[in-house]
Design a protein around this ligand. Structure first.
Ligand SMILES: NC(=O)C1=CN([C@@H]2O[C@H](COP(=O)(O)OP(=O)(O)OC[C@H]3O[C@@H](n4cnc5c(N)ncnc54)[C@H](OP(=O)(O)O)[C@@H]3O)[C@@H](O)[C@H]2O)C=CC1
Ligand SMILES: O=C(O)C1=N[C@H](C(=O)O)C[C@H](O)C1
Length: 271
């Protein structure tokens, strides 16, 4: 069978390079395109050389239209404004668009929903197996406990991260809210500062730490009188996200248009 042709957007970024490596290391797929925006210093560079895996004969280009027309799937870990444009191209080309980008606003969500009528979108704020299992566990624990247990989501990332709370923290918050049978927007408490007043029963709190080179650490904390449950995931290397994204690209082949997530890919939807 011919290998699945996969392109990477933001190819020179932290995740872009990890994604190129993961495609190269996975049987049944091949690096078929690498994108950066016009004027980027790495346009014309070889994608394999950029990722440190040896020359692949695939130059980095800014011609997204041409790349999307020539591949079966695109792995996209860039920024919300870029991702919605890429989703439109994926819809035109009717291909699989694996979206790892985080920090979307409601207007981005509307654009992605529209694109999913023609593209196969697989989206998750975290593509690692460990975090997706953690979200399933968080939902189950929240389901089992009442509001005597306060829920807090704490995350830490490297100093370059531009959005907060992280996409993963929001996934965990959504899972906890779903477990409790409430809507996250109604109970979410972000960014406490100053005279906040006492914690409201039933709230789900978020705290974001930034510093150094931390790849990603997340805890869902359930705190009651005199006891606490802490569910934690520690990402040690970006390859865990990249491997999940490649798995999603392969899983999405032949699925048809729609909105999917990593729980679908990993078969954890009913866990
Ligand atoms: N879901 C998951 O499992 C994970 C998600 N992420 C998410 O992935 C995203 C990227 O993270 P990371 O790799 O660390 O970030 P980087 O800044 O290292 O890389 C982002 C890349 O995207 C490019 N880019 C940004 N904006 C645009 C645009 N408008 N058009 C074209 N290219 C653009 C950047 O180019 P330029 O330098 O020119 O801006 C850069 O090459 C973040 O949203 C992050 O939260 C990260 C890890 C795991
Ligand atoms: O920006 C990052 O680095 C990461 N972003 C994702 C998020 O927002 O949760 C996933 C991972 O934690 C790394």
């Amino acid at each position: 069978m011919a290998p699945i042709r996969i392109a990477v957007t933001g190819a020179a970024g932290r995740m872009g390079r990890a994604l190129l490596t993961a495609i190269h290391e996975t049987d049944g797929c091949t690096i078929a395109g690498a994108l950066e925006r016009d004027g980027h210093g790495d346009i014309g560079a070889d994608a394999g050389t950029l990722a440190g895996i040896g020359e692949m004969g695939v130059p980095v280009t800014s011609d997204a239209l041409e790349v999307f027309a020539a591949v079966d799937a695109v792995l996209d870990f860039t920024a919300p404004d870029a991702t919605v444009e890429f989703a439109d191209l994926a819809a035109q080309a009717r291909i699989v668009h694996v979206i790892g980008t985080t920090g979307f606003a409601p207007e981005h969500e509307t654009r992605l929903e529209a694109a999913s009528r023609h593209a196969t979108l697989v989206r998750a704020g975290n593509m690692s197996l460990g975090v997706n299992l953690l979200t399933a566990l968080t939902k189950r624990v929240a389901q089992a406990l009442d509001t005597d247990w306060d829920i807090e989501i704490v995350e830490m990332h490297h100093r370059h991260k531009v959005d907060a709370p992280s996409g993963t923290a929001l996934m965990l918050g959504e899972a906890a809210a779903a477990g409790r049978g409430v809507t996250l927007d109604d109970v979410s408490d972000r960014g406490r500062d100053g005279q906040t007043g006492a914690r409201k029963t039933g709230d789900i709190g978020f705290a974001a730490l930034r510093g150094g080179s931390v790849v990603g650490e997340h805890s869902a904390i359930f705190a009651a009188e005199k006891e606490r449950i802490v569910l934690t995931h520690i990402a040690e290397d970006r390859s865990i996200f990249a491997r999940g994204a490649v798995k999603a690209a392969l899983w999405g082949q032949g699925k048809g248009p729609g909105n999917f997530d990593m729980l679908d890919v990993l078969g954890l939807s009913d866990f």
